[in-house]
Design a protein around this ligand. Structure first.
Ligand SMILES: Nc1ncnc2c1ncn2[C@@H]1O[C@H](COP(=O)(O)OP(=O)(O)OP(=O)(O)O)[C@@H](O)[C@H]1O
Length: 230
C-alpha cells in the first residue's frame, strides 16, 4: 500500500497479512504512518495504490464492510452540545441496528452520566465513550488508536480485559500504542513502521528471543538501534 499527502510519502509499500484471533500492535516513531495505515483499512483515507482485503475480499471503495470494523480514534470528536445518551442513540440510529455489546457502557457506568454533555466531559470520560462505541456492534475487526491514553489505570485495565476477551472470540484487534509494557500485556504480535515502511512484523516472543531480552521495550530499542547502524 502506498499513500502520499502532496509531496510527503507516508506509506511506501506497506504489505502485511493480519490474522484474526490476534491482537496486533502497530508501533513506530511519531509520524511513521501508523494512523494513516489504520485509516486506509477503515476507508477514511484512500491509498494511492494497493488494496485492502478482509476475508480475502477487496474492500476498497466499498462501504458496507465498515460495519465489520469498530474504531476508537486517538481523540474522539463529538458535537459538544450532545449528551452521551444522544450520541449513543444517534449512532444506533445511523447504523439501524440494536447495540449488541453494551458491556463497556455497563463497566464504565456511562448510564449514570447519560445526561452530561460531551463538551463537559473529562478527556478520560470521552475516551470511555469512544471505547464503548468501538465495541458496540460486536465488530470482527477492532482498530484502537492509543486506546488507553487518558484513561485512569482502573479504566485502562477494563479496556485491556475487554480486548483480550474479544480476541478469544476470534476478533482481529489492531492497537496503535507507544506504551511497550501495555503492548506486552495484550498483544501477540508487533508491527513496526518506520518512515512508512514495515521495519519488522514479529511475535513478541520471537522479538525477545532474537534480541535475548526479557522486556519488549529493550528488545524493540535494540532492533531500532541496529536498524540505524545499517
Ligand atoms: N490529512 C493529512 N494531510 C497531510 N499530511 C498528513 C495528513 N495526515 C497525516 N499527515 C502526515 O503524515 C505523516 C504520518 O502521520 P500519521 O498520523 O499516520 O503518523 P503516526 O505514525 O500515526 O504518528 P503518531 O505516533 O504521532 O500518532 C505525518 O507527517 C503527518 O503530518
Amino acid at each position: 500500500m502506498y499513500k502520499s499527502y502532496g509531496k510527503l510519502q507516508v506509506l511506501r509499500g506497506v504489505s502485511v497479512e493480519l490474522e484474526k484471533g490476534k491482537v496486533i500492535s502497530i508501533i513506530g516513531p511519531n509520524g511513521a504512518g501508523k494512523t494513516t495505515m489504520s485509516k486506509c483499512i477503515l476507508g477514511m483515507v484512500l491509498p494511492d495504490s494497493g488494496d485492502v482485503k478482509i476475508n480475502g475480499e477487496s474492500v476498497l471503495k466499498k462501504h458496507s464492510y465498515r460495519r465489520q470494523i469498530g474504531y476508537m480514534p486517538q481523540i474522539g470528536k463529538y458535537p459538544e452540545n450532545m449528551k452521551i445518551r444522544q450520541v449513543i442513540e444517534m449512532i444506533l440510529d445511523i447504523r439501524k441496528e440494536d447495540a449488541v455489546d453494551d458491556e463497556l457502557i455497563g463497566l464504565y457506568r456511562l448510564e449514570e452520566m447519560y445526561d452530561k454533555r460531551m463538551g463537559s466531559l473529562s478527556g478520560g470520560t470521552k475516551q470511555k465513550v469512544s471505547a464503548a462505541l468501538a465495541f458496540l456492534f460486536d465488530p470482527l475487526v477492532l482498530i484502537l488508536d492509543e486506546p488507553t491514553a487518558g484513561l485512569d489505570p482502573f479504566a485502562a485495565e477494563i479496556l485491556k480485559g475487554k480486548i483480550l476477551k474479544e480476541k478469544k472470540k476470534g476478533k482481529l484487534v489492531l492497537i496503535t500504542s507507544h506504551v511497550m509494557s501495555e503492548i506486552e500485556e495484550v498483544a501477540d504480535e508487533v508491527l513496526c513502521l518506520v518512515d512508512g515502511n514495515v521495519m519488522f512484523y514479529e511475535t513478541i516472543s520471537d522479538l525477545k528471543e532474537q534480541t535475548q531480552e526479557t522486556r519488549l521495550s529493550r528488545a524493540v530499542a535494540k532492533i531500532m538501534n541496529e536498524g540505524r547502524v545499517i
